[in-house]
Every structure is written in structure tokens, then in C-alpha cells.
Design a binder for this molecule. Structure first.
Ligand SMILES: [Zn+2]
Length: 335
């Protein structure tokens, strides 16, 4: 569940507050870092909108000038977004004509990394003069999807920026970035929203109150991630017991990665509970009582191993059956 979600337009209050903080400081390159689902992408977009806006205030972009409009329709000549193609597509950013032709013509699949070609275009962009006269901006997200070649190419531009270009890099894995990239940027650690504003924001997205709290829990308190749990909010509280009974059908519409993610959360909570701590993702009452801490810890280890290979399962159905029977064994073990 790591791909960001498209179509979220309302700027959440904790994103708006952080935008103001960043705008009040000088800096030509920002690195926004923190765990996923806190709004790195939304904050980076709010920042570039404000930089390029024709009537920006201390609070950020106006939202109505030609520059803001050009960003809303994904056609701003002075903004370059540098993302893996899969993320561009998910967030409705247009690919280069060449890349789109290659993907449409089935010559290759959309890339999950930031491609060298895209980086080359971005570096050219950085050299050009600004079309609208308010400088230029490069948005890199998720920045950890640069490989060592693209990262080094970007580094040169960060070291010697061509006058009027600003950068914002957003990541949920800052530790995977080259240290030289990190040291060239001003760092900002994403702020966690408090529960009340996260719930209020989810409700503003049209989520009923009772579902919002289940979803926020399922996502470990990360509001943007929580939206992905909307289709299964009703099912969520029943999942642990269904797994204990070996009911594979609850996972029928899920990818292996999503299945493993949920089992991991379940395992985490059961171990916490067994050690006298509070669960994080499920309510206490929704979790079965598990006797064997040892089998839980075995289960946790095998889930971590599965996590590394889960992108390439040989057969989704078989894999899920295997995962559920493994879970069932751990949940019902007596010693
Ligand atoms: Zn504007």
C-alpha cells in the first residue's frame, strides 16, 4: 500500500500549517522527510504552488491566479515534476510524449524508478529561463526512487543551481538517499497530525465518522494512508477472527502485498497485547487471545521474509492460502 493516492485536493490543516513554516524560511532546496502517509507529496505541491503563485501570501498560494490554475491542470511551464512513471500516472501528471508512446505501444511497462531520461529533461529544464518570470521549481517524489545515476545527476544541479530554480524533494525513506543529497537540502521532518484533526480531515473527504476512526487505526494514525482502507473499513474489525478460522475469502480482492501488510499489523498487535501493551491497528476486542508468544514471533519472522519477495508471487491465490494457513497456525498454537 505504498503508492500515494490520487484525487485528494483539500489541503489538510497540518499541511497548511507546515507550508507557512517553510515559506517563512529561505532555502532553494527542501527535503521533506518522515514516515509515509503524512502528506509529503501534498506539502511539496503546496510549496511549489506558493513559490510560483502570482499573488502568494505568507499562507501560501492564492489558488486562483493563472499560475495556480496551470498547476491544477498539470500544465505549468515552470514546474517540473520528477517522479517514477507509476506515481505520475497515479497522481494524474502527464508523462513525456516519448514515454507515453513507449508504454502505450507496450514496448515497456511504466517505470517504478525515476528514469534517467526524466532526470535529463529536468536538468535541461533547470537551465532554461523561467516562462512566467517567477522562477522555476522542481518537485522530486518519492526522492528515494532515484537510482545512483539519477541522484548524482541531480546532485550537480543542487550544488550549482542555475539562479532562479528551487527544489523540493519528498521522501518516506530519507535514509536511502545519498548523504550528499541530504546535506545539500534544508531538512524538514513531517509533523504528525493529532487524532482529532486527522479524523476531521477524513470526514471532510466524505468518510463517515465511525469508519474514519477504523481507517485511521488501520493506517497506524497516518491520515493519507487511511484513505486506502475505505473499501475495507467495515471488514477490518472482523479480520483477525476470520484469519484465525482460516477464512481466505476475506482477502479475495487484495494484492499479496496488501495481505502481508495486514497480517503484519495483526501480528504486531497480538504480540503487543501478549506482552501487556496496547494494540495499534486493531481494537483490543477484535483480537483473538493467542497463547503462544513463541509462535507469534516465528510468524513475525516469516512475514518479514515474505515481505521481501511479495512483489513477485508465482500465484496470488496459492500465496494467500499459504499466508493464511501460516497465520492460522500461529494464532491457534498452544505452546
Ligand atoms: Zn496563485
Amino acid at each position: 500500500m505504498s503508492e500515494p493516492l490520487a484525487g485528494v485536493n483539500l489541503v489538510a490543516p497540518w499541511i497548511a500549517a507546515q507550508t507557512q513554516v517553510l515559506l517563512a524560511q529561505r532555502g532553494h532546496a527542501w527535503l521533506l522527510a518522515g514516515p509515509s502517509g503524512l502528506g509529503q507529496y501534498e506539502l511539496s505541491l503546496a510549496l511549489v504552488r506558493a513559490w510560483l503563485c502570482e499573488q502568494a501570501t505568507v499562507q501560501g498560494a492564492c489558488g486562483s491566479c493563472p499560475s495556480c490554475h496551470a498547476i491544477d491542470v498539470r500544465a505549468h511551464a515552470d514546474l517540473c515534476v520528477l517522479m517514477p512513471e507509476t506515481v505520475m500516472l497515479a497522481l494524474n501528471w502527464p508523462l513525456s510524449e516519448k514515454a507515453q508512446d513507449e508504454i502505450d505501444g507496450k514496448k515497456r511497462k511504466a517505470s517504478k524508478e525515476i528514469r534517467v531520461d526524466a532526470m535529463r529533461d529536468a536538468l535541461e529544464f533547470a537551465q532554461r529561463t523561467s516562462g512566467r518570470g517567477r522562477g522555476k521549481a522542481v518537485l522530486v517524489f518519492p526522492a528515494e526512487r532515484m537510482n545512483v545515476y539519477t541522484a548524482n545527476a541531480l546532485l550537480k544541479t543542487l550544488e550549482e543551481p542555475a539562479g532562479d530554480v528551487k527544489f523540493v524533494l519528498a521522501t518516506d525513506a530519507a535514509n536511502q538517499l545519498l548523504p550528499t543529497i541530504r546535506s545539500r537540502c534544508l531538512s524538514h521532518t513531517m509533523v504528525w497530525p493529532d487524532q482529532a484533526s486527522a479524523l476531521a480531515w477524513l470526514q471532510a473527504q466524505g468518510i463517515p465518522a465511525n469508519q474514519a476512526s477504523v481507517m485511521l487505526r488501520a493506517a497506524g494514525g497516518r491520515p493519507q494512508d487511511a484513505l486506502q482502507f475505505a473499501p475495507i473499513a467495515a471488514l477490518w474489525p472482523r479480520l483477525p477472527r476470520a484469519v484465525q478460522l482460516g477464512d481466505v475469502s476475506v482477502f479475495k480482492d487484495w494484492t499479496p502485498a496488501q495481505t502481508v501488510d495486514v497480517l503484519h499489523k495483526m501480528c504486531h498487535d497480538l504480540m503487543a497485547l501478549r506482552c501487556g501493551a496496547l494494540p495499534r491497528f486493531f481494537e483490543v476486542g477484535d483480537l483473538p487471545k493467542v497463547e503462544s508468544l513463541q509462535s507469534l514471533s516465528h510468524w513475525a519472522k516469516s512475514l518479514s521474509v515474505t515481505m521481501r519477495t511479495v512483489e513477485h508471487p508465482f500465484n496470488v491465490g496459492l500465496m494467500q492460502e499459504a499466508l493464511i494457513s501460516q497465520a492460522q497456525l500461529a494464532l491457534n498454537a498452544k505452546t
